[in-house]
Design a protein around this ligand. Structure first.
Ligand code: FAD
Length: 313
């Protein structure tokens, strides 16, 4: 029986592992289906993790984290978790290899994945000019022009964020109106360095071995337009990795919002006692390494008291 099972070995899961073990829990296992580190290991450069200066890749940043956790006794099982269930007071972790593991508490940190828009060149230039995170990559385009694809709240808010850093933002949207909050649309229309490219969809992003040099868009009449930009940001939705919380009856183990994000309180506690959710998968997540790590620490401190009370009264 584990004191705590941690699902996912990104910044949230690894920090939860560090704090639970260093805080005195002796029997903690982190279940991670691949190499620990999470999605930031896909990034070629990270500049906004506090205290880390100089050019550093996501992989460089995450490399020491597992070793630091193991020093305090965190165990790591490289296996996919299929489902987490709860019977009475006890959680069961159902693993991809067909075995199960019981635990007094669970911290889930399985992250999320931005949807791809599906145009030519998107995958080829992902991380080399095509991005899904303005907070992460916007600064690399300071003083330059960029394109933003999307028409929802996130796309508009990210376009406004980028307009403060970049000289010009082309907002490419397939319709001629936005579904976003009216005051966000007003702010967008009042921002002089945002050009709305409406009724248009991306046809292709192109570039050279240095990265993106432009995007070709097609309007509803089939007319093509080339926009020369070194950066293209796509915001066409985000899928939360919440499958482990789905039960056989089609319901989730705890309360979720309409987007499939886990509803938590400020202690990262879900609606189910003993279950905590952290990082990109929770409601209102800033989707940053530093906040995911913070969530992991918060959840771990709660778990230490929860397990202590459960076992020792
Ligand atoms: P993740 O990092 O997504 O980790 C989740 C982990 O869970 C993964 O390792 C996954 O393999 C594992 N997992 C999922 N399902 C299962 C399962 N069923 N069983 C077992 N394991 C499972 N943030 C910044 O702060 N600054 C940046 O500059 C920055 N740049 C980015 C650039 C790119 C290209 C990307 C993709 C992201 C970037 N981010 C950046 C965002 C940052 O990576 C995320 O906010 C952060 O990694 C979220 O951490 P997490 O632990 O919640 O989830």
């Amino acid at each position: 029986m584990l004191d705590c099972a941690i699902i996912g070995g990104g910044p949230a899961g690894l920090t939860a592992g560090l704090y639970t073990t260093r805080g005195g829990l002796e029997n903690v296992t982190m279940f991670e289906k691949g190499m620990p580190g999470g999605q930031i290991t896909l990034s070629s450069e990270i500049e906004n993790y506090p205290g880390v200066t100089g050019e550093i890749t996501g992989m460089d940043l995450m490399m020491p984290w597992p070793e630091q956790c193991q020093k305090f006794g965190l165990k790591h099982e490289m296996v996919e978790v299929i489902k987490v269930s709860k019977d009475g007071d006890i959680f069961t972790i159902h693993k991809g290899d067909g075995t199960t593991q019981e635990a007094h508490s669970v911290i889930v940190g399985t992250g999320s994945r931005p949807r791809r828009a599906g145009f030519a060149g998107e995958d080829e230039f992902f991380g080399r000019g095509v991005s899904t995170c303005a907070t992460c990559d916007g600064f690399f385009y300071k003083g330059k022009e960029v394109a933003v694809i999307g028409g929802g709240d996130t796309a508009l808010e990210e376009a406004l964020y980028l307009a403060k850093i970049c000289t010009k933002v082309y907002l490419i949207h397939r319709r001629d109106e936005f579904r976003s909050a009216p005051n966000t649309v007003d702010r967008l229309k009042r921002t002089e360095n945002i050009e709305l490219v409406l009724n248009s969809v991306p046809d292709e992003v192109y570039g050279d071995n240095m990265g993106v040099t432009g995007i070709r868009v097609k309007n509803k009449d089939g007319k093509l337009r080339d926009i020369e930009v070194p950066g293209v940001f796509t915001f066409v939705g985000n899928d939360v990795n919440n499958q482990t919380l789905m039960q056989e009856n089609g319901e989730f183990l705890c309360d979720m919002n309409a987007k499939g994000e886990v509803i938590v309180n400020i202690s990262m506690a879900t609606s189910l006692e003993g279950l905590y959710a952290t990082g990109d998968m929770r409601i209102a997540a800033p989707k940053q390494v530093v906040s995911a790590a913070g969530d992991g620490a918060v959840a771990a401190l709660q778990v230490i008291s929860f397990v202590d009370e459960k076992l020792n009264g």
